[in-house]
Write a protein that binds this ligand. Structure first.
Ligand code: ATP
Ligand code: MG
Length: 678
C-alpha cells in the first residue's frame, strides 16, 4: 500500500504516495484533521461531534459523521483501509512521521540535546527544518472547535521554536538574516515580548544601539496600547543596559574573500509565470560562467515579485556554482553608511571611517573576489539603501565590464528620487537589463490562489482574480484573508468562496494600504479622500473634500504620482489600480461619506466642473434638498439631462418630492423632468 501523508501546518491536505487526496467539503476535512491529529487511537463519535460543532450540534450530527467517514473512505482510495471503525470509535492509522505536525514536534525535541551540548549550529539546523514545514497558518482551511484549539497550540509551539532558534543564532554571534527575521517576527507577533527583546539584542550587537532603543519604544507603545501593560523586566533591563553601555566594539577580523559565503536565501516555491524574466536571468548567469558580466535592474510596484524573482535567480546562480553576495536594504537602516553593501559582502566588521574610503574598500573587496571567479552581487530593495551604498553600486556598475560580475538590484519605482533615477539610467547606458515587472495575467493569479489555499480554485474564487490587480502579494493576502474569515470551502475538490467581488477581506485591505506606507502622511491623507471621489478625480474635488487649497495639495498629489499610485488622466488624476482606490476609500468612516460628497459636488460646480460629475456626488450625498441644490438644478438641469439623463431624472425627482422646493422652481424642474422633447 502506498504511504498516506498528511499536512496540517498550513492547509489540511493528504496524499497517497504522490497523489493528492480530495478531502471533500469543510466538515469532512475537519473530521479528517481530527482523526489525523489523534492518529492510531480511536476517536469516539461524541468527541468528533464536539470537535466539529462544539456545543451546538444539530440532531443529525451522528448521521453526518457516518456520512463523512464513508465519504472519506471512498476518497482515500487505496489508503481507505487506514480508516477503521470499531466499538470505541474511528481510528486513522498513520506511520510515524506521516503527519507534518508530528515531524515538527520531533525536530523541535531533537534540537534540545545539541543545544544543551554546546552545538548550536546543529540545533539551529534542526529548528530550521522544523520551521520550514510550515506552509501558512495551521489548519488554514479547517474551522471548528478542535481545529481552533489545536491551531492555537501549534502556533504557540511555532513561536517557541522561532524564539529558541533566534536565541541560539544570537548566542553564536548572530548572522546576516537574523535582524530581518526578528523584525518580521516582531511584526507578526507584536505582543510576544521575547521577540522585541531579541531584536533589541541583535541590533545592539550589530552596533545599532539607537535602533535597538527605537524597538523598545515601539514595543512599549504596542504593549501599553493593546494590553495596557508596561514592558516586562527583561525588556526594561535590556533598555537600561543599552542606555548605560556603549555598543561592543566591532572585533578586528581581517577581511578575506573567504568571508563571503552563500547566505541562505529562504527557498520559496517555484514562481508562477515570469518565464521570460527568468530566462533572461538564466542567460546572464550562463554568460557569467564564461566571464561575461552584466547589470540588471528589477523594478515594479510593492508586492509585484521583485524579491521573489531575485531569489529564484540567486538559487539558480548557486546551483551553477557561482558565488553569491546578497544584501537587502531595510527601511530603517538607510541612515547607516554602506549598510547594505557591508552586509552583502560580510564586511560588517570593517572600520567605519570616511565614506569615500569605505566605498573604496568595498570596491577593492569585490575586485579580490572576482579575481577568484564569477560573482553575483545583488542588492534587494535598493530604494532603501543608504547614500554610500548607492555610490558603491554606481561605481561597481562602472567597473562591471572589467570584472566577471553580475550586478543586480531590485527597487520600487520612485521617480521623485533623483539618485535612484541616475543609477537606473546608468544601467541603460552600460547596456544593462531593465526588468520591469508588470502585473501577472489573471490565469497566473488564479494559480497563486490555488497554491495559497492548497486546492485548485473554483469559479467563484477565480472570479475574484481582478481584485488582486495582477499583484502576487495581493493575491496571497486575498486568499489568506478569506480563509481566515472562513470564506473558503471546497466543493468537488475546488476552492469556492462566499465572498463577493465588491467585498474585500480585511487582510487585503490592510496589505494594500500598507503598500502606501512609504508615502508621507499628507499624501496618504489626500489619497484617502481622493479615493472617495472615484477612480479618476479633479484636484478641485480633493480640495473640496479635504478643505485644503489646490496649491497646498499639489506637493502631496505629485508625490503620489511619482510613486506611481496616481497617473495623469488628461485634466484629471486617476488611480493606477482601482483596488488601491477601494482599499483607501474603505478607510473613510461611512457616516462621513455623504457630507464629503456633498462638499465635492459644490466645489466642482463652483469650478465649472462637468454637470454629470457634480450629479454623481450629489447622488452619493445626503438626500436632503436645500437651496443650493435647487439653484444648481435650475441652472444646470437641462445640461445634465443631456449629459446624464438617468441621474438627472433621479435628482429632479428628489427635488420635486421635497416640500422645501420654492414654487417658482417647481414649474421649471417639472418641465425638465418631463423633458423638452416629450
Ligand atoms: N511569480 C510569483 N509566483 C508566486 N508567488 C509570487 C510570485 N511573485 C511574488 N510572489 C509572492 O508574492 C509575495 C510578494 O512578492 P515579493 O516580496 O517578491 O514582492 P516585491 O516586489 O519584492 O515587494 P516589495 O516592493 O515590497 O519588496 C511573496 O510572498 C512572494 O513569494
Ligand atoms: Mg521585495
Amino acid at each position: 500500500m502506498r504511504k498516506l501523508r498528511v499536512t496540517v501546518l498550513g492547509p489540511v491536505r493528504a496524499w497517497n504516495g504522490q497523489v493528492e487526496i480530495d478531502l471533500g467539503p469543510a466538515r469532512r476535512r475537519a473530521l479528517f484533521a481530527m482523526l489525523a491529529a489523534n492518529a492510531n487511537r480511536p476517536v469516539t463519535r461524541a468527541e468528533l461531534i464536539r470537535a466539529l460543532w462544539g456545543e451546538s450540534a444539530p440532531s443529525t450530527a451522528a448521521g453526518n459523521i457516518y456520512t463523512y467517514v464513508s465519504g472519506l473512505r471512498r476518497s482515500l482510495g487505496p489508503a481507505g483501509g487506514m480508516l477503521r471503525s470499531g466499538r470505541a470509535g474511528y481510528t486513522l492509522r498513520l506511520e510515524p512521521g506521516a503527519l507534518d505536525a508530528d515531524r515538527f514536534e520531533a525536530l523541535c525535541e531533537a534540537a534540545v540535546a545539541p543545544a544543551a551540548a554546546g552545538r548550536p549550529g546543529q540545533a539551529v539546523a534542526l529548528l530550521d527544518e522544523a520551521l520550514a514545514l510550515w506552509q501558512g497558518e495551521a489548519y488554514a482551511n479547517v474551522t471548528g472547535l478542535f481545529a481552533d484549539l489545536d491551531r492555537h497550540r501549534l502556533t504557540e509551539l511555532r513561536i517557541a521554536a522561532a524564539e529558541r532558534r533566534a536565541r541560539l543564532v544570537l548566542t553564536g554571534g548572530g548572522d546576516d538574516a537574523l535582524i530581518a527575521d526578528l523584525a518580521a517576527l516582531v511584526r507578526d507577533h507584536p505582543l510576544h515580548e521575547p521577540f522585541h527583546e531579541l531584536l533589541m539584542c541583535a541590533l545592539h550587537r550589530a552596533g545599532r544601539g539607537a535602533e535597538a532603543l527605537d524597538v523598545f519604544h515601539a514595543a512599549r507603545r504596542v504593549l501599553v496600547g493593546e494590553l495596557g501593560v508596561e514592558p516586562g523586566p527583561a525588556l526594561r533591563e535590556l533598555q537600561s543596559r543599552i542606555l548605560a553601555e556603549p555598543a561592543p566594539p566591532a572585533p578586528a577580523v581581517p577581511v578575506t574573500p573567504a568571508a563571503v559565503v552563500a547566505p541562505d536565501v529562504p527557498r520559496r516555491g517555484r514562481l508562477v509565470g515570469r518565464d521570460g524574466e527568468l530566462a533572461l536571468l538564466r542567460g546572464l548567469l550562463d554568460a557569467l560562467g564564461e566571464g561575461r558580466s552584466a547589470i540588471v535592474w528589477i523594478e515594479g510596484e510593492p508586492g509585484i515579485g521583485k524579491s521573489a524573482l531575485l531569489d529564484a535567480a540567486l538559487h539558480e546562480a548557486r546551483a551553477l556554482g557561482h558565488r553569491v553576495a546578497r544584501g537587502s536594504a531595510e527601511e530603517l537602516s538607510s541612515r547607516i553608511p554602506l549598510h547594505v553593501m557591508r552586509r552583502a559582502l560580510h564586511l560588517e566588521d570593517a572600520p567605519h571611517d570616511d565614506p569615500a574610503r569605505a566605498v573604496d574598500r568595498v570596491l577593492g573587496h569585490v575586485r579580490r573576489l572576482t579575481a577568484e571567479g564569477p560573482l553575483v552581487l545583488a542588492v534587494d530593495h535598493l530604494q532603501w539603501a543608504d547614500e554610500a551604498s548607492l555610490l558603491a553600486w554606481e561605481r561597481l556598475a562602472a567597473l562591471t565590464r572589467w570584472l566577471p560580475l553580475l550586478l543586480v538590484a531590485t527597487a520600487r519605482p520612485e521617480p521623485g528620487r533623483r539618485d535612484l533615477a541616475r543609477l537606473r539610467r546608468g544601467v541603460g547606458t552600460r547596456d544593462g537589463h531593465l526588468i520591469r515587472l508588470t502585473p501577472l495575467p489573471p490565469s497566473d493569479i488564479e494559480q497563486i490562489f490555488g497554491r495559497t489555499v492548497g486546492v485548485p480554485p473554483g469559479a467563484t474564487l477565480r472570479s475574484l482574480a481582478p481584485l488582486a490587480a495582477g499583484n502576487p502579494l495581493y493575491a496571497r493576502e486575498l486568499v489568506t484573508g478569506l480563509v481566515a474569515e472562513d470564506g473558503v470551502r471546497v466543493v468537488d475538490g475546488l476552492a469556492e468562496v462566499n465572498a463577493r467581488a465588491d467585498e474585500m477581506p480585511r487582510s487585503l485591505l490592510d496589505t494594500v494600504r500598507a503598500s502606501l506606507d512609504h508615502l508621507s502622511s499628507g499624501a496618504r491623507e489626500a489619497l484617502r479622500y481622493a479615493a472617495l471621489l472615484g477612480d479618476a478625480f479633479a484636484v478641485a474635488e480633493v480640495a473640496a473634500v479635504t478643505g485644503r487649497t489646490p496649491f497646498d495639495l499639489m506637493a502631496d498629489l505629485e508625490e503620489a504620482v511619482a510613486a506611481d499610485v496616481l497617473v495623469d488622466a488628461g485634466s484629471e488624476l486617476a488611480f493606477r489600480q482601482p483596488v488601491l482606490r477601494r482599499a483607501l476609500a474603505a478607510g473613510i468612516p461611512a457616516a462621513l461619506r455623504p457630507t464629503l460628497h456633498r462638499h465635492a459636488a459644490q466645489a466642482l460646480a463652483d469650478n465649472g466642473g462637468p454637470a454629470a460629475r457634480v450629479a454623481e456626488h450629489l447622488l452619493a450625498g445626503p438626500p436632503e434638498v436645500d437651496e443650493w441644490l435647487v439653484g444648481w438644478l435650475v441652472a444646470h438641469g437641462a445640461e445634465l439631462s443631456r449629459q446624464a439623463p438617468e441621474p438627472a431624472r433621479e435628482l429632479l425627482r428628489r427635488a420635486l418630492a421635497s416640500h422645501r422646493l420654492p414654487q417658482a422652481a417647481r414649474a421649471t424642474l417639472a418641465a425638465l423632468l418631463d423633458g423638452p422633447d416629450r
